[in-house]
Design a protein around this ligand. Structure first.
Ligand code: ADP
Length: 477
């Protein structure tokens, strides 16, 4: 597949390409261009020109309408995109179908929002009229990860486009095909050239060149902590704003009065969905000691039903994305054993998965306390560790005993406790008696602490991806 720069499908200037490996069998099945600085330069230039050209001239209504059309076009090509996503990431086909529906919804949601962000007038001195108008930031850079390529593209690109920015996207080298195809569809329905540019390539080449580019005005980054630091440094050099979403180590807190029937499937899904490769995975489980043993028996029963298989088997989860992830997850399972954690249940890998695929076994541990590195490190795999607690205060303290702060959940029927715990948890989103809620495009999302800063999703993203201008008009004699 090719990159999209200035409305055209294009190879890398250097002529090099990268192989795309299937997580299902580890074999190459596609190539993508290995874009570098020169390609990024062209993309940023095209975006800059689009802002002063056809894209910049569109009204908010026209931009929004194009975006809604793109959402519809994505739905028309839904199955093709879902198959591509599964091939690229190894996701069960039903997961990919849900992801492509979400991609379409991002364009519909933010397309509908494009003409609904209003400015303000501000009371000031006599003889002055003051307007606060919202304007695009300019050229926005979007560096996105491989775990949800289509969804991340929608989440990051759609609010930026809605506000009239021209975008340059660097999707992850491990999985970017659905992004390229969606951008192709955007060209087909008439997005002006340069409004949407996609540069594929390696992180330290194309990604670094984009984040360091002197002519970008904003960076939206989702990925690892290590790279997040580099992005923020690059943003500092050019004095541009960035949003960082850097993962999490989210905790469930289950009290003795919890609705166990409701909690258990949500907890299992919360860590196994997408093979645990989700920033918001609920990878820590804090359970009140009075119910701990009974709860773990019932949780083990549900957890052991999880099965990993190929996309067409459409089981609980697929393989992890690549060999590094495969080694990483297996390393943590071994480490858990070495740390003396008890394996309470494991899922299975389906018979008949191809040799060479990156399938890992979903694993549920219990730990006597919160000291293991499995409770502090983001594993990014289907590994859950349960720890008992005694009091509400202890539960909140344990949930916050992590450098991350992305999401959390509290399970209790006690209304006062729901509110106290939700307020006490250091996280960008807290669920009460539920978890994840299917992605929640409408719901502001992002982290505190080392999970990053800035908010995506919801209407708040339109504010993040725009700026204000204050116009002060003296109209006295
Ligand atoms: P992960 O560990 O989940 O692969 P990364 O943070 O490495 O997450 O990657 C997320 C995105 O950041 C990918 O698109 C990747 O290519 C990009 N990336 C990696 N290294 C850099 C870098 N040095 N500068 C800019 N982008 C990078």
């Amino acid at each position: 597949m090719q990159m999209i720069i200035d409305g055209k499908n294009t190879d890398a200037i250097g002529g090099q390409s990268l192989q795309v490996l299937s997580p299902n069998d580890g074999k190459a099945f596609e190539t993508i261009p290995r874009g570098r600085k020169a390609d990024v330069d062209l993309a940023v230039k095209a975006a800059r020109q689009a802002l002063s050209g056809a894209w910049g001239e569109l009204t908010a209504l026209e931009r929004g309408r194009l975006m809604i059309q793109l959402g519809q076009k994505i739905l028309e090509n839904h199955e093709e995109l879902a198959q591509l996503e599964s091939r690229d990431t190894g996701k069960p086909i039903s997961t990919s179908r849900a992801d492509i529906s979400a991609l379409a919804r991002y364009f519909e949601f933010y397309g509908g929002g494009a003409d609904k962000v209003h400015g303000q007038t501000i009371p000031f001195l006599n003889d002055y009229a003051v307007q606060l108008v919202r304007e695009p930031l300019g050229v926005t850079a979007h560096i996105i990860p491989w775990n949800y390529p289509a969804q991340m593209f929608g989440r990051s690109a759609a609010p930026a486009l809605a506000m009239g920015n021209a975008i340059v996207v660097k999707p992850a080298e491990d999985a970017c095909l659905s992004v390229l195809r969606a951008a192709e569809l955007a060209q087909e329905i008439g997005f002006p050239p340069g409004a949407i540019n996609i540069v594929t390539g390696l992180g330290h080449e194309a990604g670094a060149a984009l984040s360091q580019h002197p002519d970008i005005n904003f960076i939206s980054f989702t990925g690892s902590n290590e790279v997040g630091v580099l992005i923020q440094q690059a943003a500092a050099v050019n004095a541009v704003k960035c949003t960082l979403e850097l993962g999490g180590k989210s905790a469930h807190i289950v009290f003795e009065d919890a609705n166990v029937e409701r909690a258990i499937p949500a907890i299992v899904k919360g860590v196994v969905y997408n093979t645990g490769q989700t920033c918001t995975a609920g990878s820590r489980l804090l359970v009140q000691r009075s119910i701990f043993d009974d709860f773990m028996v019932r949780l083990a029963e549900e957890f052991s039903k999880t099965r990993a298989g190929t996309p067409d088997m459409d089981l609980t989860c697929g393989p992890v994305v690549n060999k590094d992830q495969f080694d990483r997850v297996n390393h943590y399972v071994d480490q858990g054993r070495k740390d003396g954690l008890k394996i309470v249940a494991q899922g299975t890998i389906a018979d008949g998965v191809p040799a060479g695929g990156y399938f890992v076994t979903p694993t549920l541990f219990s730990a006597p306390d919160h000291s293991s590195c499995l409770l502090s490190d983001e594993i990014f795999g289907p590994v859950l560790v349960a720890v008992p607690f005694d009091t509400e205060a202890e539960a909140v303290a344990l949930s916050n005993a992590t450098s991350y702060g992305l999401m959390g959940a509290v399970w209790t029927e006690n209304g006062g406790r729901q509110q106290r715990v939700a307020k006490g948890m250091q996280a960008g989103q807290v669920y009460i008696n539920s978890f994840g809620a299917g992605g929640g495009i409408e719901l502001p999302f992002g982290g505190v602490k080392r999970s990053g800063h800035g908010r995506e999703k919801g209407f708040i993203a339109l504010e993040e991806m725009s700026t204000t201008k204050t116009i002060i008009n003296f109209h006295g004699e």
